[in-house]
Design a binder for this molecule. Structure first.
Ligand code: ATP
Length: 343
């Protein structure tokens, strides 16, 4: 069953299309991350799904029903904002019970549900504590519990972890993903952090300038980027200028590749640093010189200059490449790791 369908959704502010003809189909129970640079329209898209913003065009369907004109409070969605919007003067339990209280849920049932939600977000026994006495991660969990109190059909989060420090943030990413899997609730999260998206999502939706550039599972986004924007935005990649050579060869700065088909006379090849192999110069497809070596402990990045093109290779410390700046070096690019993108 399809959880959420966005059918040609557009939002214009004056003459600017903040969201431009977005089509997306999210299977029931999956976790989607809307990912993209600042201003790409991801928050506007989430706000339209939530009912906080009305689309200029298009339809939003949840579980097959058209909710495009349904007011936000009648959509039965749970929402967590970056600011969390907790009530500082209320206790943890009162915050979580708030949506139940305004729906006139019986007191005993409220108490039962609060206990259940506290256990779910791993804060058992925290009901009486003032929200003001909690750590950042604990507040985050209270906001999540409150959003889940009414067992929403859709769980929407806007940059929910961005206020947390890096370590806690990574831990909360795993926690949020595990919670979502336990509940099986269709979830849409806005983030500008690609690592966060890769950690949590079944489906990563990469946006730029109001449009979807690619929507696919994280590994596909990384291994098979649809265009140079996606390749460059997700992780680190080498974008190498290529043109057709004699026979079935491909000419690139510093050398020649075989086994790759270019659809046009000129194109760009994306190859990830971990797929670039260091080989002796005489055995190499590409030759160049070491420009800079960055030893990060866990990995070593080797920056190579090949006829005006910079190519980054990553080696493991165990390989211990003995390469100093200026040394000649050979590079091999396995054909199956090279993704050909439009020029
Ligand atoms: P960020 O990561 O910085 O929050 P975003 O990807 O969420 O960015 P949006 O907030 O959706 O982007 O904004 C998309 C575009 O729409 C931006 O150019 C923004 O300036 C514009 N925009 C958003 N809301 C409004 C509004 N209420 N009125 C006018 N323009 C708006």
């Amino acid at each position: 069953m399809t959880g959420l369908v966005l059918d040609n959704i557009t939002k214009r502010f004056g003459s600017v299309a903040a969201v431009d003809r977005v089509n997306l189909s999210v299977p029931d129970g999956s976790f989607v991350c809307l990912l993209g640079p600042s201003g790409c329209g991801k928050t506007t898209l989430l706000r339209m799904i939530a009912g906080l913003e009305e689309p200029s065009e298009g339809r939003i369907l949840v579980g097959g029903a058209d909710v495009t004109r349904t007011p936000a409070h009648q959509r039965d969605f749970g929402m967590v904002f970056q600011s969390l919007a907790l009530f500082p003067h209320l206790s943890v339990g009162e915050n979580i019970a708030y949506p139940l209280r305004i729906r006139n849920v019986a007191k005993a049932e409220q108490a039962r549900r609060v206990e259940e939600l506290l256990a779910l977000v791993r804060l058992p026994g925290f009901g009486e504590r003032p929200v003001s006495k909690l750590s950042g991660g604990q507040r985050q969990r209270v906001a999540i519990a409150r959003a889940l109190a009414l067992q929403p059909r859709l769980f929407l989060l806007d940059e929910p972890l961005s206020a947390l420090d890096a370590k806690l943030r990574e831990a909360m990413q795993v926690e949020l993903r595990q919670l979502q899997q336990r509940l099986g609730i269709t979830t849409v999260v806005v983030t500008h952090d690609q690592r966060e998206a890769m950690t949590m999502a079944d489906l990563v939706v990469v946006m730029n300038e109001g449009r979807i550039r690619q929507s696919a599972p994280p590994v596909d986004i990384y291994r098979r980027p649809a265009d140079t924007f996606v390749a460059d935005f997700i992780g680190i990649t080498n974008l190498i200028k290529a043109r057709r050579g004699a026979g079935d060869t491909v000419l690139v700065p510093g050398g020649t590749l075989v086994g790759i088909a270019l659809p046009t006379e000129e194109a760009t090849i994306s190859v990830r640093p971990e797929d670039v192999r260091l080989v002796p110069p005489h055995a190499a497809a590409i030759t160049g010189r070491v420009d800079f070596v960055r030893d990060l402990g866990a990995s070593i990045e080797i920056y190579v200059e090949a006829d005006g093109q910079r190519i980054v290779a990553v080696a493991s410390p165990r390989e211990r490449p003995d390469l100093r700046p200026g040394a000649p070096v050979g590079l091999a690019l396995p054909a199956d790791a090279c993704v050909v993108l439009g020029a």
